[in-house]
Design a protein around this ligand. Structure first.
Ligand code: C2E
Ligand code: MG
Ligand code: MG
Length: 604
């Protein structure tokens, strides 16, 4: 169709590799494209081997050329691509019309498209546009960079950051839990000692600027050990949680309830009007706890409270807690279920207790705990029947400390266990020297706490073996006030002791509130009537009738009766009349050191 000159130019252009395709009208208003395949042309080699897809598009949107990579991207043979409309291969509603292509070219920016491959899968691509002018015709060159890898990396990054955010949240949760753990008690969720001390210190420093009081309450559940022992630890835990809940409900939001461990709680009430108000609150705490329904089938849960008050923030946290603790001990010793306030006298008592404890501890270590022996006489024959071993501490200056100064603290702290073992050894060792045929008995006081380690029978058996003492000559005296709760385990141990052949009896009989129960349940063979009753014997008052009744009761049960603290002949005569078996008291002799015992034994 072209003129020769033009035809020559065209042929030269084809020869030079400058022509890719011919566009020819197809006779039906459409166009047809004929591509020239000459692989040897340098730029074509370059374009064919590009990492990106490339296409040349006619002004009407027809694809005139597509490289191999674009065919790969679209997963189609090249002949299906060349001659087709570009819009066929673009996903979404991006309608590619020539006008738009021009707009794209003018923007001369890259942008993102999604191509549609032969399988209907979308392929994200970054599209680059440039204009190409050939013989007055505006062609558009497009390049397509595959973004699939980028996109999935981006997704991974997004996913990673989600995971990271979750991990961060977990970490924060763990941190919160750790702080909670370090400052709170696991069982009740209440603040622990560390947090409490911090809060008390804060309250005290604030109180320094005001004329207000700060009150600290030390709480201890009464007979909690009994609940744990008889109903199990799970029941104990329930009691503790219940107490914690009750306390929290009755106090102000500004107050702190903390658990120190075991059955011990501390309440901090800052900003209180006066000492009187502080005491009121203590009483109220006792009341609400005691008002709770009783636990299971058992007795109601009660609590002992000690309180310490600071005016204007004087004192420190440690002092306040220890003062409240001391006051709590007083509340306990007064029978529990009550609140007591700390004062100077109590402070002195606490100090004395501590020094008594230290004195006893060092005396045990230095072998300065000794036994003195007080004779017991047979009332009918008025002859010595045996001795009771009574503990004494020899002080560094040689003077003697009586049991009243150290037995109560020994009971509290458990030092009574090694102390009791020491006296038992000393007593049996002494009794070994007495003539066999005399059958003199030696009585040793045993504290209820000595049953706790569970090895009392073994200790007694070993001592008997080591001293070769006739078991029948060993009398164990149990103070009955200490026997309010008789654990089945203690009963079993007493049975074993009886099996050894030793005698067990109740000391200070009549002073405990369950005397008769004890007589019935325990494997005892003697009772020692408390000296407070014996003093009134022969006086024609109630005491005389009580002593008389106890002697009869003992006789009827086949038990030996022993009167303690006999000081006068009148008392002795009356005891003889009443049929009492044995007597012990200053009338016959005071407790004596071992050196003085031999003389009495010989004369008996
Ligand atoms: P207890 O077992 O009832 O001992 C009798 C106490 O009464 C002794 O006091 C004794 O000295 C005193 N006493 C004896 N006759 C008379 C008297 O005619 N009039 C007066 N007013 N008192 C008399 P002690 O030696 O001071 O012992 C006191 C308590 O300490 C003992 O009472 C006993 O419960 C406890 N105790 C003593 N030694 C031990 C021990 O080794 N272990 C344990 N657990 N407790 C002990
Ligand atoms: Mg005794
Ligand atoms: Mg006694």
């Amino acid at each position: 169709m072209a003129r020769l000159a033009e035809a020559e130019d065209t042929l030269r252009a084809i020869g030079a590799g400058e022509v890719d395709a011919f566009v020819v009208p197809d006779g039906n208003d459409g166009q047809r494209v004929f591509t020239l395949e000459s692989a040897d042309r340098p730029y074509r080699i370059f374009v064919e081997n590009m990492r990106d897809g490339a296409a040349t598009v006619s002004p009407s949107g027809l694809i005139l050329y597509a490289n191999r990579r674009l065919a790969d991207l679209l997963a189609r043979p090249r002949q299906d691509i060349v001659g087709a409309q570009l819009s066929t291969f673009v996903a979404g509603d991006a309608l590619i019309v020539p006008r738009e292509l021009r707009g794209l070219r003018d923007a001369s920016e890259s942008f993102e498209w999604e191509l549609l491959d032969n399988h209907g899968t979308t392929v994200p691509v970054l599209v680059g546009v440039s204009a190409l002018e050939v013989g007055g015709d505006d062609l558009t060159c497009l390049t397509f960079s595959d973004l699939t890898a980028h996109k999935s990396q981006g997704r991974e990054i997004a996913q990673l950051s989600v995971i990271q955010a979750e991990q961060m949240a977990d970490l924060q949760d763990a941190q919160v839990a750790l702080i909670q753990q370090a400052t709170h008690d696991a069982l009740t969720g209440l603040p622990n000692r560390a947090l409490l001390v911090d809060r008390i210190d804060q309250a005290l420093s604030q109180a320094q600027r005001s004329a207000r009081c700060t009150a600290v309450y030390f709480l201890d559940v009464d007979r909690f050990k009994h609940v744990n022992d008889t109903k199990g630890h799970a029941a104990g835990d329930i009691v503790l949680r219940r107490v914690a809940k009750t306390l929290t409900s009755v106090l102000r939001p500004m107050d702190t309830v903390a658990r120190l461990g075991g059955d011990e709680f501390v309440v901090l009430a800052p900003d209180i009007d006066s000492r009187l108000h502080a005491v009121d609150l203590g009483t109220r705490i006792v009341e609400v706890v005691c008002r709770q329904p009783e636990f299971g089938d058992g007795e109601p849960v009660t609590i002992s409270v000690g309180l310490a008050v600071s005016m204007r923030g004087r004192k420190n946290a440690e002092t306040m807690v220890s003062e409240a603790d001391t006051a709590m001990y007083k509340a306990k010793s007064l029978g529990g279920a009550r609140a007591e306030i700390f004062d100077e006298a109590l402070g002195k008592q606490a100090h004395d207790r501590l020094s008594a404890h230290n004195i006893l501890e060092t005396a045990l270590g230095d072998h300065r705990v000794v036994a003195h022996f007080q004779p017991l006489v047979d009332i009918r024959s008025r002859t010595v029947a045996g001795f009771e071993a009574l503990a004494r501490i020899v002080q560094p200056d040689g003077s003697l400390l009586p049991p009243a100064a150290f037995i109560p603290i020994a009971e509290d702290t458990g030092l009574v266990v090694p102390l009791g073992e020491r006296i038992l050894g000393l007593a049996c060792d002494e009794a070994r020297r007495w003539p066999l045929q005399s059958e003199l008995t030696v009585a040793v006081n045993i504290s209820a706490r000595q049953f706790e380690p569970g090895d009392l029978t073994m200790i007694v058996r070993n001592v008997l073996k080591a001293t070769d003492l006739n078991p029948r000559c060993l009398h164990l005296e149990l103070t009955e006030t200490a026997l309010i709760d008789i654990h089945p385990e203690v009963l079993t141990q007493m049975g074993h002791l009886r099996d050894l052949g030793v005698h067990i009896g109740l000391d200070d009989f009549g002073t405990g509130y369950a005397s008769l129960t004890h007589l019935r349940r325990l494997p005892v063979t003697f009772v020692k009537i408390d000296q407070s009753f014996v003093q009134g014997v022969g006086g024609g008052r109630d005491d005389d009738r009580i002593v008389s009744a106890v002697i009869d009761l003992a006789a009827n049960l086949g038990l030996r009766s022993i009167a303690e603290g006999v000081e006068t002949e009148a008392q002795f005569d009356r005891l003889l009349e009443l049929g009492c078996d044995q007597a012990q008291g200053f009338l016959f002799g005071r407790p004596l050191p071992p050196s003085a015992v031999a003389a009495i034994v010989e004369s008996s």
